[in-house]
Each structure stands twice: as structure tokens, then as C-alpha cells.
Design a protein around this ligand. Structure first.
Ligand code: ZN
Length: 195
């Protein structure tokens, strides 16, 4: 069982990194990606060249971030900050999930920890656990969030959000250049009480 979960998670977890230029969180293709976009890549690199810090940054900053993730991955109990880094969700979102009864936390003395398997289980909640109407029709823009709106409202990375939408079987609607999902489908995950 433990092996199976580890195996699934290691292949599913996306690399969440902080862009070295704009400092925003983004989903990276590899653990060595340093910028969220070609624009940030170009601007960030030029700035580093000006400061003559390319070598130093390569050796220290990147390694530090990678090492952190590698250290965290095998842990059974995670500090909130570690859970945030590993699953690409903000501390405040984790606390909201705890307050809503979706996640349990434990105390080791004064330290608050969260079990990694609880977080994995949350992201893998089967579809029947969520109130999802069958045969949904597009509820209209006013009743939808765009992906960006969800990320801003709930402080979740695009990688973690797409994983959640996929695992929960939430219906996505393509409208022009936007991908939308019904507000109630998202709100129920983060706000639903008594589930
Ligand atoms: Zn950036």
C-alpha cells in the first residue's frame, strides 16, 4: 500500500517553483526551471548578468530550492510550510481546509504537522464524494470562475488546481480563450461545511 501510493505520487506531483524574476509560484517542467515564462527568463537573466551573479545564483539558489523539495518528499509528517511547498498550495489554503474539516493536523509538542498521506488522500477524493450534477450545462460566466480567478481566490498553483479538477471530475468549459468551471464545483471543495 505504502509503496503503491509513493509510486503514484512520485509520478503525479508536479514541480512547483518560485520564478526567480517575478517571484510568483508556477508549475515547472523540471526541477531546474528557474523562470515562469520566456519573458521572465530573458529579463531575469539580463539582470543577473548585470550584477555578475549568474554563477553564484546557479550554484546556490537553484540547488537550495531543489534540495528542499528532495528533503521533503520522503517525509511522513510535514510542517505546514513543507506541505505548502510539496503540494503547491498556500499555507492559508491548507489552514482553510483544516478549518473546514477536510484535513486533519497533528501536534508534536508545539509543532503543527500534517500527514502526507492525508494530503494525498484529499487530492485523490473520488468523484462520488463530491456533489456533482450529471449532465451539467454551461452555467454562464457569472456563475463560473476562470482558472486564474480560482488561483487568485484560493492561492493554489495551476499544477495543483488542474490535478484537483481532474481528480474530482469537475466539468471544465472552454469559452473563447478561457477555461471556466462552475463556481459551486470549486467552492464546495474549499468551503463546503459538514462533509
Ligand atoms: Zn516570472
Amino acid at each position: 500500500m505504502g509503496y503503491k501510493i509513493d509510486h503514484i505520487m512520485s509520478s503525479k506531483i508536479e514541480v512547483i517553483r518560485i520564478c526567480e524574476h517575478c517571484k510568483k509560484q508556477f508549475t515547472a517542467r523540471t526541477t531546474r526551471t528557474r523562470y515562469c515564462s520566456p519573458i521572465c527568463n530573458s529579463r531575469g537573466y539580463k539582470a543577473l548578468v548585470r550584477k555578475g551573479k549568474v554563477e553564484k545564483s546557479n550554484n546556490e539558489t537553484v540547488q537550495l530550492l531543489n534540495t528542499d523539495l528532495e528533503k521533503i518528499k520522503p517525509l511522513e509528517f510535514l510542517k505546514i510550510t513543507q506541505a505548502s511547498l510539496l503540494f503547491g498550495i498556500s499555507r492559508s489554503t491548507i489552514y482553510r481546509l483544516v478549518n473546514n474539516g477536510h484535513l486533519d493536523i497533528a501536534k508534536f509538542g508545539k509543532r503543527t504537522v500534517i500527514r502526507r498521506c492525508d494530503l494525498e488522500a484529499f487530492f485523490a477524493i473520488p468523484i462520488q464524494d463530491v456533489t456533482l450534477k450529471t449532465g451539467q450545462q454551461f452555467p454562464g460566466f457569472d456563475n463560473c470562475y476562470t482558472i486564474t480567478q480560482i488561483q487568485q481566490k484560493y492561492n493554489i498553483s495551476s499544477g495543483a488546481l488542474y490535478l484537483l479538477i481532474q481528480r474530482q471530475g469537475i466539468v471544465k468549459y472552454s469559452v473563447g480563450k478561457f477555461t471556466c468551471v462552475a463556481k459551486q464545483d470549486i467552492d464546495i471543495i474549499f468551503n463546503a461545511v459538514g462533509r
